[in-house]
Ligand binder design. Structure first.
Ligand SMILES: Nc1ncnc2c1ncn2[C@@H]1O[C@H](COP(=O)(O)OP(=O)(O)OP(=O)(O)O)[C@@H](O)[C@H]1O
Length: 296
């Protein structure tokens, strides 16, 4: 069976929230009407994470409105939508990075393997090890290549000997597709690598602590096409071990790397579907308007 079809079968064929005429009848410049419903495949059979009725406010600004969606196990899901629609804000809810922003309030429920990640007794440091993040701009620590990757395993007490740490660093660099390029200069600064190599170093750093989910916020926007192609290849390989959520402005990239795509608009989650369906046969007219370039 082709992979796309196999993946499609793993996704509920019955949308939990069906398209309704009133949900399709608003235009690009206005917010969705109160009580509108997301159309499409918002839930999956084997969710790694589940968000239910999530709202985010920055002071008075309602940046994310009643968002419900599952993140599947071993899937790549892309978040797309016009600038300012809330993609990064929602992404940051998934590992509580919004906790670090003054005036930001998150409500609703988000679970990881069925456990509430906003529970009072939850250790946020542990959560961020399980739900890692790769940012738009590569941000290696001002340390050696080796120490960039070794940092997480050391602070999380994951290794008990130097050789175990060396093996783990090699494993993460291999997984990130960087080992052959850096194995002879592990003790040189990470900041001395090219932009694309730095981003792969950041991916190696994220996976060194064995996360289960990796959040990527426009990971290729600072990279040239060759470095971008390497990261995209890597995303496809990493899916075997991790769930990946990627925010991207590139619809071609979303189409290349993801199995499902979620379209956000002015803080609302408008439509979620199998990536091929979203790009060839979107249900919602706002999704269609965005992917055909009528706005965005
Ligand atoms: N720290 C903040 N304080 C106040 N408002 C914020 C903050 N971060 C984001 N916002 C607002 O929340 C809304 C969503 O922003 P967000 O960055 O999540 O959108 P986005 O879809 O990721 O945008 P882009 O594609 O441009 O990165 C925007 O109106 C933005 O101005």
């Amino acid at each position: 069976m082709n992979t796309a079809i196999a993946q499609q079968r793993a996704i509920h064929q019955e949308p939990v929230m069906a398209a309704h005429p009133q949900d399709l009848a608003f235009n690009a410049t206005e917010p969705a009407p109160e009580g509108h419903r997301t159309v499409g495949l918002v839930t999956v059979d084997n969710p790694k994470m589940s968000a239910r009725d999530v709202n985010v406010h920055y002071g008075d600004k309602h940046a994310i409105k009643h968002v419900t969606i599952d993140i599947g196990t071993n899937e790549v899901i892309a978040f797309i939508g016009p600038s300012g629609c809330g993609k990064s804000t929602f992404l940051r809810c998934l590992n509580r990075m919004n906790d670090t922003i003054d005036g930001c309030r998150v409500s609703g429920e988000i679970t990881l393997d069925g456990h509430d990640i906003y529970a009072r007794d939850l250790d946020v440091v542990q959560l961020r090890a399980r739900v890692g993040m790769v940012f738009q701009k590569p941000n290696p620590f001002p340390k050696s290549i080796f120490d960039n990757v070794a940092y997480g395993p050391r602070i999380h007490g994951m290794v008990s000997s130097k050789s175990e740490l060396e093996d783990l660093v090699q494993w993460a660099l291999e997984k990130a597709g960087l080992w052959n390029e850096v194995k002879d200069r592990l003790h040189q600064p990470g900041t001395g690598l090219s932009g694309g190599q730095q981003q792969r170093l950041c991916i190696a750093r994220a996976i060194s602590v064995s996360p289960e989910v990796i959040l990527m916020d426009e990971p290729c926007s600072a990279l040239d096409p060759i470095a971008t192609a390497k990261i995209e290849e890597l995303i496809d390989e990493l899916r075997a071990n991790f769930s990946i959520v990627i925010v991207t402005h590139s619809m071609q990239q979303a189409a290349r790397v993801s199995q499902r795509t979620a379209y956000f608009h002015l803080g609302d989650l408008i439509e979620v579907g199998e990536t091929e369906q979203i790009f060839t046969n979107p249900v919602h007219k706002l999704t269609e308007g965005y992917i055909t370039g009528r706005f965005g």
